[in-house]
Design a protein around this ligand. Structure first.
Ligand code: C2E
Ligand code: MG
Ligand code: MG
Length: 696
């Protein structure tokens, strides 16, 4: 309400004035404006409430002056403020001024002043009136966004803003530096100019992703102005720029990251020694190969290669040497393959090959042959020449199986079969093999059980002096009761037991049982001059064997001079040097040594002379052919001469008939063993047999 100068009492006029001031003050608060005026003649000022508050005073608590204002204005703004004021007074135009003040409480504020000169009736400037606005908050935001912009601009990362047509709206210095294009050049370019492999369709797809999820991460290749290409990871984001929809791109050069990634990938998938793909890589490729072959209806071969006797090389010549052999082997095999074949090292001395697109299994055979040839060439390492061989197993997809795991298993079975057949060979998988492998597993299992239960029987076969039909000894022969009533003969499990390392345990069981029977007969008064036991050479080479046999015989009261150990010729000749030493120690303990199956192995005369032998057993194959074959007769005669000159006793095994007996006697061989006298029989039957001999 306006003041009525004529009618309003001073009180009413004052009230009205107060009301006006309050309203004004509310307005000031809302707009954050403080108003003021300065009398240019007297320098006296009037401040509104808000003005006081801006400078940190209680309203009307001080006398406002121009000096007071300058006291609060930071010194660096004084000059500018004075200049602006003079200019405003001179030109009588509105002025604005931005500066900073220190409030009474020490806080610094940003202020914006708008002012205008007022003239008196004569047109002379009399007052300066204006407003002061606290713009601290606005300036803070402005300053920090300035800083942000600066950071973005200076970033080493490439930062772009593009419009919906993929044209550049903004690029930062990082982008300019890395790509070599200037900001001006960028104004005329779009993203396809720096992304040579990006198609419009791809760009649209990425855009769709951004629109759906607001953010998209993408890998691409950038090309600089000079033509250099480098991998980039882009983070895309939808933004509003200059009031229009746009995209913000943060691009980082990931060359180094990619190199590291590549290196890690390589390490994870390759064998460090040979640089060949490793098992993980192989397994992945194998799966892919199966998919490929199914789709294209092709077949592929899986070859599993294992070096023969590699363990020996490693153990005797050292690991470093072994490593060199593996590296050289890898090189050689690689040379024998086509580029499309996958060649990997599975570990140790095991390698594998996937032969792609083999038309016929025969082609796989050719490759296997080629590998054999390259491995067989002499290795020259550390100035030494030596020879290697390998065994290869082959399975074929899809002929053998369509199952990946089975395919590998089959190749392995085939490889194992190749090893069993004497190494340095290759084998294709056939179904029979799995059956065989399974049989081997159950055989080993059953054998172990039999060993635990001592489930072996000892049969006995007499040895006779034909001149007076006198018993000169008895040979113990093992029988295995597998299951309840199947009797398994030694030829079907002894070689296997040798292979899997169970023979020494079996031999000890037989030895103990045979000696106990022997002692029992002795006690009954049946005198048997000698007990022959078959022994695997492996047993001989056991460190504790001599000790064991001495202990056992002492324990049961068995006279070792009654014991004869039969070792087969081929087994003994395997490692004659080591055997000789052991045999010598056995002989010193009174034990007799016989060479079994003589004539079937390849005894060297030199060793034969050195072996502390007592007796030679002519193999039954010669005796069985004796009647019909002159050749066998010649061999037997030769053996007899040899035995005589080396002072070995001699016994013929496999004597089945009277003819055999007579012929042998005519040649001067009198000791015999064979069905003609008795088949091997169990202890009970043998006991009766001997009593009948005694009665004769
Ligand atoms: P070996 O030591 O040469 O034993 C002689 C083999 O010829 C025995 O076969 C015996 O039954 C057989 N035989 C005996 N007389 C005749 C005959 O007149 N005609 C024919 N055709 N054969 C005859 P067996 O018992 O099957 O043993 C086979 C081989 O198994 C043995 O040959 C021996 O090398 C091995 N062996 C047997 N028992 C053991 C044992 O406890 N430990 C070890 N390590 N090997 C054993
Ligand atoms: Mg024997
Ligand atoms: Mg024999």
């Amino acid at each position: 309400m306006p003041i009525d100068v004529a009618n309003d009492t001073p009180e009413i006029a004052l009230k009205k004035l107060k009301a006006r001031e309050n309203a004004w003050h509310r307005l000031e608060n809302v707009s954050n404006l403080g108003s003021w005026e300065v009398d240019l003649k007297t320098n006296r000022s009037l401040w509104s409430r808000r003005s006081y508050e801006i400078y940190g005073y209680e309203p009307y608590s001080v006398t406002p002056t121009l000096e007071l204002f300058f006291k609060h204005l930071l010194p660096q703004y004084h000059q500018e403020a004075k200049t602006k004021m003079q200019e405003g007074i001179r030109s009588q135009k509105a002025i604005t001024f931005k500066g900073r003040v220190r409030r009474n409480d020490g806080e610094i504020l940003d202020i914006l002043i708008n002012a205008q000169v007022i003239t008196n009736e004569k047109g002379e400037p009399s007052k300066l009136i204006g407003t002061t606005q606290d713009i601290t908050e606005y300036m803070r935001i402005k300053r920090s966004s300035q800083e942000l912009l600066e950071i973005i601009e200076r970033s080493f990362q490439e930062i772009y803003i593009i419009d919906k047509d993929f044209r550049f709206l903004y690029v930062n210095e990082g982008a300019v530096k890395r790509t070599g294009y200037s900001k001006e050049e960028f104004q005329k370019m779009d993203i396809f100019d720096i992304n040579p492999y990006l198609t419009f369709k791809q760009a649209k797809e990425i855009e769709a992703r951004v629109l759906k999820r607001e953010l998209a991460i993408n890998r691409t290749i950038h090309k600089t102005k000079d033509g250099e290409e480098y991998p980039v990871q882009t983070n895309l984001q939808k933004i509003v720029y200059n009031e229009k929809d746009a995209y913000l791109l943060f691009d980082s050069d990931i060359s180094e990251l990619q190199r590291l990634e590549d290196e890690l990938y390589y390490q994870a998938y390759h064998d460090a020694l040979t640089n060949l793909p490793n098992r993980i890589y192989f397994e992945e490729r194998l799966k892919e190969e199966v998919i490929y072959s199914r789709r294209n209806k092709t077949r592929f071969a899986l070859l599993l290669i294992d070096l023969d006797r590699f363990k020996e090389i490693n153990d005797t010549l050292g690991h470093q040497f072994g490593d060199e052999v593996l590296v050289e082997t890898a090189k050689r095999i690689k040379r024998a393959l086509r580029a499309i074949d996958m060649f990997a090292r599975l570990g140790g001395d095991e390698f594998t090959i996937i032969l792609r697109d083999v038309k016929k299994p025969k082609n796989a055979q050719k490759v296997a042959q080629k590998i054999h040839d390259v491995i067989r060439e002499p290795f020259l390492l550390a100035q030494k020449e030596f020879f290697l061989s390998c065994s290869i197993g082959i399975s074929i997809f899809p002929d053998d199986t369509e199952d990946v795991a089975e395919l590998v298993k089959f190749a392995d079975t085939a490889m194992y079969d190749a090893k069993r057949k004497g190494k340095d060979g290759f084998c294709f998988y056939d179904k029979q093999m799995t059956k065989l492998a399974q049989e081997r597993i159950s055989l080993e299992h059953d054998l172990r059980r039999a060993i635990e239960n001592k489930g072996f029987d000892v049969y006995f076969q007499p040895q006779i002096d034909a001149r007076g039909k006198k018993l000169v000894g008895v040979e113990a022969l093992v029988r295995w009761r597998r299951g309840n009533d199947t009797i398994v003969y030694p030829d079907s499990f002894i070689p296997f037991a040798q292979e899997v390392g169970l023979i020494t345990q079996i031999d000890r069981i037989v030895m103990e049982k045979a000696i106990k029977h022997f002692l029992y007969w002795n006690k009954k008064g049946v005198v048997i001059p000698k007990l022959s036991l078959n022994l695997a050479t492996k047993q001989l080479l056991q460190e504790d064997f001599l000790e064991y046999i001495l202990d056992f015989s002492k324990e049961v009261g068995f006279d070792l001079s009654k014991l004869e150990l039969e070792l087969t010729e081929s087994d003994l000749m395997h490692d004659p040097k080591r055997s000789i030493a052991m045999l010598e120690r056995l002989r010193q303990s009174g034990i007799k040594i016989a060479m079994d199956d003589f004539g079937t192995g390849y005894s060297s005369l030199a060793y034969l002379k050195k072996l502390p032998l007592h007796l030679i057993k002519i193999d039954k194959s010669f005796i069985l052919d004796l009647v019909d074959e002159v050749e066998s007769q010649e061999i037997v005669k030769t053996i007899l001469v040899l035995a005589l000159s080396l002072r070995f006793e001699i016994i013929a095994e496999g004597v089945e008939s009277k003819e055999h007996e007579e012929l042998l006697c005519s040649m001067g061989c009198y000791m015999m063993q064979g069905y003609y006298y008795s088949k091997p029989v169990d202890a009970h039957v043998f006991g009766e047999y001997m009593t009948s001999l005694e009665r004769k």
